[in-house]
Design a binder for this molecule. Structure first.
Ligand SMILES: Cc1cc2nc3c(=O)[nH]c(=O)nc-3n(C[C@H](O)[C@H](O)[C@H](O)COP(=O)(O)OP(=O)(O)OC[C@H]3O[C@@H](n4cnc5c(N)ncnc54)[C@H](O)[C@@H]3O)c2cc1C
Length: 564
């Protein structure tokens, strides 16, 4: 059972019916329940994000924003850190141009600049972008009119000057996948934001706001956690308590990015895109807590979409295109209704409950999220920055909906901007497809578990997957591989054999049996070690509530008597 925090500890058994063996900590659903839900929800998500103009395009300021980290910014005025540049591989010259990191990280497909209010009026509601995204795009579904940020937002308010409104880009043409970009320094900076008790690294007014009273916020959260936590359940970290929730969201997002990289990876030798199981093993399979955080994010995002059901019923998606408006609305309502079939996968009502502290705490959360949004401008790869910025807004929107929205009210809730809604649904789609990809890679690894331990060719599962028994055989005490009696060599007492020949055959048999037994004894320690490792890893999965990999070794009593 993976229980680390009781921030969202269910208030009653009805709210969160917990399966003790497989519950996602801090959420109210088991891993398998979320997987089942995901199988039902993902076709709607795919259809919405791939085939409606409203959700397939996103507006953002991708190129004109500055990286705000002082240390990276001071020298050049732009992000000077190596991690903000597109990674150039050492052997980059040796690979075809199209596979190079800088090529892979570029945006693809048509772009359209945001027209100012005046221009929008002149061009009319039907064609505010004048066909820049392609003639068949419903532009009234894509253009965003209201882009102000208010106090309750977790987003970064856009620069209000007319030129800084950003571009519309196609999310379908720019899938999130391997680009060769090395972003570890940016991730590190993001995780540092998680430490609420340390001074913010950012410059400017946001940093000031974020660090106004950091210790107060830490104390506030500590109070809430301690109130809810059973005595031994939670290890309290005095320095940095807020990371309990903040960290899980960021780590889940990071895990989702890694999943897409590993699942849609470019093999530079063959030029083919496909799953990279080595990458999956190194970044995800060996870090169950990251996978758990991914499921946690899924629960948060799906709960936020479910909570918007009433709001979406009255939402206008495409003001100039009635049929697309209807179609988009139908699809999103089907999604929200399907998601709502599970009683409640995350209970936000157990968080920020104390009226004395919840204000400060929420403010701190918002500021942290705004800082993370700004750090996304340090990402030196266009596609990564696009998805990084979108997903930050997506999580920010989910938090806004979870903590600022009243499900039962409608008109009184703060309005959502188009970018927020698009970001929320696309972020949910990212995490949803991460869960699907994870399950697929897990299955592939299960088929190749044994070769993955003993052989370096983990990335080429297909041959091994064809013959499961072959994979198993590699760890089963492999009596076959030391085949004692080959067909030709089997003792064969022909009537015309001399006594000497029979004696020699018998002697050979005894000698080979002796060698065989000796070899078997020598191979026992490494075999036992591998079996213990596999069993411990299965136990670890069981303990965390993750799906338990199939046992990949077995006992075989060989050679059989009749084989002797
Ligand atoms: C916002 C953003 C978006 C990106 N998008 C893409 C993309 O679309 N395509 C692409 O190819 N590359 C992308 N990158 C780069 C990519 O995420 C990695 O940085 C890169 O592939 C190098 O990976 P790595 O294995 O060195 O470790 P990184 O993924 O860079 O991780 C750095 C360190 O963080 C820790 N860590 C890793 N995962 C987690 C986790 N889930 N939770 C907690 N800690 C963790 C580990 O200690 C690790 O060493 C993006 C980077 C950023 C910052």
């Amino acid at each position: 059972k993976a229980t680390t925090s009781t921030l969202s500890k269910p208030s009653s058994a009805e709210v969160c019916a917990i399966d003790p063996t497989a519950i996602v900590s801090d959420a109210c659903a088991s891993y398998s329940a979320l997987d089942t839900l995901n199988r039902a929800v993902s076709p709607y998500l795919k259809s919405i994000t791939q085939s409606t103009d409203f959700f397939a395009y996103y507006r953002l300021n991708l190129f004109d924003q500055q990286c705000p980290v002082r240390a990276w910014d001071d020298e050049t005025g732009t992000c000077g850190n190596i991690a903000c540049k597109v990674d150039t591989l050492e052997d980059e010259k040796d690979i075809p141009v199209i596979w190079r990191a800088e090529e892979l990280s570029k945006l693809e497909g048509p772009k359209a600049a945001h027209p100012g209010r005046q221009l929008q009026k002149e061009r009319g509601e039907q064609r505010p972008l004048q066909g820049d995204l392609g003639e068949d795009v419903g532009e009234s579904c894509v253009v965003e009119y209201d882009d102000e940020c208010d106090d309750r937002d977790y987003c970064v308010p856009e620069d209000e000057s007319a030129t800084a409104k950003g571009d519309y880009v196609s999310l379908v043409d720019n899938p999130e996948r391997f680009t060769g970009y090395a972003g570890s320094a940016v991730w590190d900076a993001i995780y540092k934001e998680n430490c609420f008790s340390k001074e913010s690294q950012l410059s400017g007014p946001t940093a000031k706001a974020a660090s106004l009273n950091p210790f107060q916020a830490a104390n506030d959260l500590r109070t809430i956690i301690q109130k809810n936590a059973p005595s031994n359940d939670l290890e309290l970290d005095d320095e940095c308590l807020e990371k309990r929730v903040f960290y899980r969201i960021v780590s889940g997002m990071h895990a989702s990015v890694s999943t897409h990289i590993c699942f849609d990876y470019l093999n530079k030798t063959t030029g083919k895109w496909g799953p990279n199981l080595e990458c999956y093993r190194d970044r995800l399979a060996t870090h169950p807590e990251r996978v758990s955080n991914l499921y946690f994010d899924y629960a948060i995002l799906l709960r936020a979409v479910t909570k918007l059901r009433t709001y979406l019923k009255n939402y206008t998606f495409c003001s100039g295109d009635a049929s697309q408006n209807r179609d988009t609305k139908n699809k999103i309502l089907q999604l929200a209704n399907t998601a709502a079939t599970y009683p409640r996968i995350f209970d936000e009502n157990t968080m920020f409950q104390d009226p004395d502290v919840s204000g400060d705490l929420k403010e701190d959360f918002r500021n942290r999220f705004r800082n993370v949004s700004r750090l996304m401008d340090c990402v030196g790869c266009d596609k990564c920055r696009l998805w990084g910025k979108l997903q930050t807004v997506g999580y920010g929107t989910a938090l806004k909906v979870l903590f600022e929205y009243d499900e039962l009210k409608n008109g009184e809730n703060p309005p959502l901007r188009r970018t927020e809604l698009v970001a929320l649904v696309n972020t949910l789609d990212r995490v949803s497809s991460s869960l699907t990809a994870l399950n697929k890679m897990r299955d592939m690894v299960a088929e190749t578990t044994i070769p993955s331990i003993s052989e370096p060719d983990r990335q080429e599962p297909s041959a091994k997957m064809k013959d499961h028994s072959e994979a198993k055989g590699a760890i089963a005490p492999d009596f076959e591989s030391d085949a004692l009696f080959d067909e030709e060599e089997e003792p064969n007492f022909h009537s015309d054999q001399t006594i000497g020949e029979i004696f020699r055959d018998e002697w050979n048999l005894v000698w080979r049996t002796y060698i065989y037994v000796l070899k078997s004894w020598i191979s026992i320690p490494p075999k036992m070690f591998r079996i213990i490792v596999i069993e411990l890893s299965r136990l670890w999965s069981f303990w965390l509530g993750l799906p338990i990999p199939e046992r990949s070794w077995e006992f075989q009593w060989r050679p059989q008597k009749d084989e002797l």
